[in-house]
Design a protein around this ligand. Structure first.
Ligand SMILES: Cc1cc2nc3c(=O)[nH]c(=O)nc-3n(C[C@H](O)[C@H](O)[C@H](O)COP(=O)(O)OP(=O)(O)OC[C@H]3O[C@@H](n4cnc5c(N)ncnc54)[C@H](O)[C@@H]3O)c2cc1C
Ligand code: FES
Length: 511
């Protein structure tokens, strides 16, 4: 029996009084069985799909900013006028409807086809070809944006991964936990790249960049010319240099293949040890608990995520994991792996059927370094994401860009930042000269704890807490030298958006 979707609010095709929609407000309703968001700006009214195309977030619970609405879950942004996904992580538009206003009543009429793929304007510059090194968040978003912006020249995307671009954040969350089927993992269906004339060369490693000849050299020695180049090689897990690290039951998680391997291992195991209380380590711990494994986490800190989020949030994270049965071994590190488990510096020995190591990543900058591209703990790019070599751009986990909020060159490892950098780099390849000024955002999901982080505060001298951390209902603000640098919210999605908007205003006002 097919399950009928429950639709909230009025039938907007029957009309609603204009007075029911405040200026700058939104109303959730439906038309012909579809959830529709009606939004008002002055005397103008807009009707678009109410469900975010990323993970189906409820747009009516988001925030209107100018002619856009932002999703409360992971901050995607849609045009109210066209439904276009103007900011990642959503890549697809939402539908839009025509709206009529007669005698104080607003009627939502016929549906308008989504604006996907329609170029807004011809590109100002069209390089003879674009080569993208990397088939991850940044590379994929860039390739799509080149086409959305009307670029019709050849696009080649090289990836040394055998899998097409995938929803990497899911690999440690629902997919690893067994709650998301594998068909949700590719960012695009297999035909997408052919339809968009994007040549996706999987399992193909780029060995060198020959900037003088404007060529990349592949591992098999063949060469390919480029008009513009985007380096989006991401980061790779840091390997632990301790005895036993090459044993078959020591795993790292970056790719779909890694996640599949851990899932297969978990299916035949009873007990796992996770090394590292970072986001990935803790998400893995959560997902393995969801699969019923006994999970031990080993980390040098006094409490998980303390360095990134401070004592109070760290305590909450620890408590949530403990309530779900995770056992912590903190203030210690592994000194060796062997066939039966892990030996700790504290001399303790932990039995394990397998181990997952999540102790951070390092940017894959080797290609750039050898090509004479400026590298400083990441590829150095300017505000347009261009490297010191004109025509060569970098985006995603490898890029260190001038951030106006902190006044420093920063590099972050966030999905949304990587996608948005890919999109900005694509527009700049086409001559837009758009400044990358996005406020960093990431989210994490561990058991029933969902945490959003906006801004960037590698250090702080003050933390303000509004609400109750232990009730998972709070806003935590990190300041340095009196400046608000980052905000964590738990259970307060709209406040996360409000903080993002406030930080954007700080940047626009000159940092
Ligand atoms: C398990 C996991 C969970 C995560 N969860 C979150 C989350 O919840 N929220 C969040 O904000 N962030 C999360 N992240 C981080 C996020 O996924 C990264 O910030 C993002 O993927 C970075 O995108 P990127 O394009 O820079 O790199 P990647 O997505 O890693 O893509 C890099 C690509 O380059 C390819 N490549 C590298 N070198 C070469 C070469 N020489 N030749 C050809 N191809 C090459 C790689 O194969 C890969 O396809 C998570 C990361 C992981 C691993
Ligand atoms: S569900 Fe909307 S951004 Fe993720």
């Amino acid at each position: 029996m097919s399950e009928e979707k429950k639709l909230d609010g009025p039938d907007l095709s029957q009309g609603v009084p204009l007075a029911n929609i405040a200026d700058g407000g939104m109303l959730l309703g439906h038309v012909a069985g579809e959830a529709v968001l009606l939004a008002r700006r002055g005397q103008e009214l807009f009707a678009i799909g109410a469900e975010c195309t990323h993970y189906h977030g409820p747009l009516a619970e988001g925030v209107l900013v100018d002619e856009t609405v932002r999703c409360p879950w992971h901050h995607a942004c849609f045009s109210l006028r066209t439904g276009e996904a103007v900011r990642a992580p959503a890549l697809n538009p939402v539908p839009s409807w025509r709206v009529e206003h007669r005698d104080g009543i607003v009627y939502v009429g016929e549906k308008v086809e989504p604006a996907a793929g329609e170029p807004r304007r011809p590109p100002q510059r069209a390089p003879e070809s674009v080569v993208i090194i990397g088939g991850g968040a940044a590379g994929e978003a860039a390739a799509e944006m080149l086409r959305r912006e009307g670029y019709s020249g050849p696009i080649t995307m090289f990836s040394d991964d055998d899998a097409p671009p995938c929803d990497r954040p899911n690999l440690s969350k629902d997919y690893l936990a067994g709650n998301a089927p594998e068909e949700w993992i590719p960012l695009r269906p297999p035909d997408f790249y052919r339809e968009q004339s994007i040549e996706l060369r999987l399992g193909t490693s780029v060995a060198a960049i020959r900037a003088d000849a404007r060529e990349v050299e592949l591992i098999n020695g063949s060469r390919q010319r480029y008009g513009a180049l985007l380096i989006a090689t991401g980061a790779e897990p840091i390997r632990l240099a301790i005895s036993g690290n090459d044993l078959p039951d020591i795993h790292y998680l970056r790719s779909l293949a890694d996640s599949r391997t851990i899932i297969a291992k978990a299916a035949a195991s009873r007990r796992a040890v996770v090394i590292g209380a970072s986001f990935i380590g803790l998400e893995v711990a959560s997902s393995l608990r969801a699969r019923g494994l006994e999970v031990h986490v080993v980390a040098p800190e006094a409490r998980p995520m303390e360095r990134a989020l401070g004592t109070e949030v760290g305590d909450l994270v620890q408590r949530v994991h403990q309530e779900h049965g995770v056992v912590f071994h903190l203030g210690t590190t592994p000194t060796a792996f062997d066939r039966s488990g892990v030996v700790l510096a504290s001399a303790e020995r932990l039995e394990a059927d397998f181990v997952v190591v999540g102790v951070g990543v390092q940017p894959r900058t080797g290609l750039a370094e050898h090509a004479g591209i400026a590298v400083d703990r990441g590829i150095t790019v300017n505000e347009h994401l261009e490297t010191n070599i004109p025509g060569i751009y970098a985006a995603g986990d490898i890029a260190r860009w001038p951030d106006r909020l902190t006044g420093e060159a920063i590099r972050v490892e966030h999905w949304v930042v990587a996608e948005r950098q890919g999109q900005t780099a694509a527009r700049n390849i086409l001559g837009a000269r758009e400044r990358f000024d996005t406020v960093p955002f990431f989210w994490t999901q561990q058991h029933d704890l969902l945490l959003n982080y906006v801004g960037y505060a590698p250090q702080w001298d003050r933390i303000d807490i509004d609400g109750r951390i232990e009730a998972k209902d709070c806003t935590v603000t990190y300041r340095h030298g009196g400046r608000k640098l980052a905000v964590v919210t738990i259970g307060r999605d709209r406040e996360s958006l409000a903080a993002e908007i406030e930080l954007e205003k700080t940047i626009a006002a000159g940092g």
